[in-house]
Design a protein around this ligand. Structure first.
Ligand SMILES: Cc1ncc(C[n+]2csc(CCOP(=O)(O)OP(=O)(O)O)c2C)c(N)n1
Ligand SMILES: CC(=O)[C@@H](O)[C@H](O)COP(=O)(O)O
Ligand SMILES: [Mg+2]
Length: 638
């Protein structure tokens, strides 16, 4: 039997539907989400929580004329299903398929792309002011989760709304969850409002009216309920203080109530915020019982929610276990996460050292300055923030940590291609954005054991340091019981001697590919040196000199953009040493890399031994000529 959902090719199709049909549609969407994401993996929990909200928004407003801006936009799957992409839904986060976030190039209904939190209100305000300047009348609606309000940018936007526009609709989607439970005073504040029984009962009464009589009278009741409830709470609503009229809290799953309220809000000639209480994972028991796990995950069993058991520890787990041990031995070690205890695996650290664990919310800029403060007081903060999210804190790293030479350790998980999340989450820029910062050292381990050594080295180092490591598992190397301190800036020569015809540097996760490349060269009769740089800063200048001056070709491999990456650092070093030698850098090009599977993307963009061999062909032929003329690679120093 045809489902209602399968008949929807645009949100306009909703307008003629009855409440019975819309309610049926909500059920169909939930089933479609659960079954579809069971196969593809993705953010099932957040999307199950916004089914009615998204249906009501598309029923009342008219995208793409009106604009929806979702914070992070990981909860935009329902929006995608209702905007002509239902037939593509099984491709979400798959190579060549739908992106897991809103993407302007994917649909005219995706008015603003995202992936990072805290952006919706600022973008929506910018669009509202742009509309006003152009004399437009369209509606701008920002949907942001409760954890988005733990982010400073959200408050920078709130501070400007009332002064800059008369018409902006904010939907606070309050499910009390970030990825983990939401944290901080704002979470407590929302909780108090949502749990205030007076609010809830007033709203149940109002909802009853809406269902019976609907229309203006109902809206009047809703408004009166708000006034009464507000009086009862006796606390100025934080939004009202910002000049934004607060409505709610209302049941974010009550379709008639939501539709009536949105119809009312769109008539308001003032900035408004609707506080909707929702359930993350609603309609799927495993997700309701495991909101943290089902925030975002790989494929799962569509009934039991079971997922494939992990067969190997991830880098994140090695990081957390190592940090736990370091903190047990050193009571100055503290751990900081910005709302990612699960992803960084710091939820393994927390139960062992609860007083030295800090989840600051989605507040990376604050996290870094907070770490600087802790360091001033003699502590050794390990700031675990994904490479991509740490991009937000560049100024804090420079101004608050490096300039003051404070011993903060930046543990950049997802350093490298992040895979299914795509360009908003690939950690491909951290060498570029950190290498120029004085006082800071930058490390990149080739395996789990070296990650532990680097963490130990960072702990002993009296200055700022950064360690990047990839998403997921490594080569599965056993971690020593007692990590060892590495010599700062010292590379590790794995094979070959000075005078080798080709010198290959394999940084971090790309060491495996570099080893394959070395194997191909040796099979072709070339003498090769293979070096693990360990440090992108400082580069091991003495090693580059010793191996570079007599070789015929230098090749670097890195899971990072070429521009300003590790290969660039080697190139600069060769230049400083006045060594003229052909060089090939293997890394990501100067473009945003789409979502997809890591191996496939590396093959597509040439981060493979085969592609490197092809690029090196000319230089390798020249080496063969030298050899035939019995000429050693000339001393290349100018
Ligand atoms: C700058 C930044 N930091 C961290 C994240 C990781 N992240 C993605 S969604 C999320 C939680 C969002 O919670 P909320 O806004 O309440 O939405 P919900 O998932 O509850 O619907 C976090 C921390 C991110 N996307 N961007
Ligand atoms: C939407 C968001 O930013 C997070 O949920 C992110 O997708 C987590 O990434 P990992 O799956 O790599 O932890
Ligand atoms: Mg939430």
């Amino acid at each position: 039997m045809d489902t209602i959902l399968s008949t929807i090719t645009s949100p306009a199709d909703l307008k003629s539907m009855s409440m019975v049909q819309l309610t049926q549609l909500a059920e169909e969407i939930r089933e479609r989400l659960i079954l579809g994401v069971a196969k593809t993996g993705g953010h099932i929990g957040p999307n199950l929580g916004v089914v009615e909200l998204t249906i009501a928004m598309h029923y009342v407003f008219d995208t793409p004329t009106d604009s929806f801006i979702f914070d992070v936009s990981h909860q935009a799957y329902v929006h995608k299903l209702l905007t002509g992409r239902e037939h593509l839904f099984d491709t979400i986060r798959q190579p060549g398929g739908l992106n897991g976030f809103m993407l302007r190039t994917e649909s005219e209904h995706d008015s603003y792309g995202a992936g990072h939190a805290g952006t919706a209100l600022s973008a929506a305000l910018g669009m509202a002011v742009g509309r006003d300047l152009a004399g437009g009348t369209e509606h701008i609606v920002a949907l942001a989760g409760d954890a988005a309000f733990t982010n400073g940018i959200s408050f920078e936007a709130l501070n400007n709304v009332a002064a800059q526009t008369k018409r902006l609709i904010i939907v606070l989607n309050d499910n009390e969850w970030s990825i983990d439970k939401n944290v901080g005073a704002i979470a407590e504040y929302f909780h108090k409002i949502a749990m205030n029984s007076t609010y809830v009962s007033l709203h149940d009464a109002a909802a009853g009216f809406v269902e019976k009589i609907g229309g203006k009278a109902a809206r009047h009741v809703v408004r009166r309920a708000e006034e009464a409830a507000k009086g009862l709470v006796g606390r100025g609503m934080i939004f009202e203080e910002f000049g934004i009229s607060y409505f709610g809290p209302i049941d974010g799953h009550n379709l008639p109530m939501l539709i009536e309220t949105f119809k009312f809000l769109k008539t308001q000639n003032k900035p408004v915020v609707l506080h909707a209480i929702t359930q993350k994972g609603r309609g799927f028991q495993p997700a309701l019982e495991g909101q943290k796990k089902f925030h975002g995950l790989g494929p799962y069993h569509p009934e039991t929610g079971e997922t494939k058991p992990a067969i190997q520890k991830t880098y994140s787990e090695i990081f957390a276990e190592t940090l736990t041990k370091l903190a047990t031995a050193n009571d100055k070690v503290v751990a900081i996460t910005a709302a990612m205890p699960n992803g960084t695996a710091l939820d393994l650290f927390r139960p062992v050292h609860p007083t030295r664990y800090f989840d600051v919310g989605i507040a990376e800029e604050h996290a870094v300055i907070f770490a600087a403060g802790l360091a001033i007081k003699g502590f050794k903060p390990f700031c675990a923030i994904y490479s991509t999210f740490l991009q937000r804190s560049f100024d804090q790293i420079v101004h608050d940590v490096a300039l003051q030479k404070l011993p903060v350790v930046f543990c950049m998980d997802r350093g490298g291609l992040s895979g299914d999340d795509g360009p908003t989450h690939h950690g491909l820029f951290d060498i570029s954005y950190l290498r120029g910062v004085p006082n800071l050292i930058h490390m990149d381990p080739v395996d789990e054991d070296e990650l532990a050594d680097m963490m130990y080295t960072a702990m002993l180092h009296d200055g700022p340091s950064a360690i990047r490591y990839p998403r997921g598992t490594g080569p599965g190397v056993r971690v020593k019981e007692q990590p060892v301190a590495l010599e700062i800036g010292k590379a590790k020569v794995l094979k070959g001697r000075p005078g080798a015809e080709v010198v290959v540097f394999g940084l971090g996760a790309m060491m495996a590919e570099a080893e394959r490349f070395v194997g191909m060269l040796e099979a072709g009769g070339f003498s090769v040196a293979l070096i693990n740089p360990r440090f992108a800063k400082p580069v091991d200048r003495e090693c580059v000199d010793r191996y570079g001056v007599e070789c015929g070709l230098v090749v670097t491999f890195e899971d990072h953009v070429l521009a300003g990456g590790f290969g660039s650092a080697v190139l600069e070093t060769l230049n400083e040493l006045q060594i003229d030698v052909p060089m090939v850098r293997v890394g990501w090009p100067d473009e945003f890399i789409e979502h997809g599977k890591v191996e496939a993307l590396r093959a597509k963009y040439g981060l493979t031994a085969e592609a490197a061999a092809e690029t090196c062909r000319g230089a390798l032929e020249e080496i063969v000529e030298w050899r035939a003329e019995n000429r050693r690679p000339h001393l290349s120093r100018r």
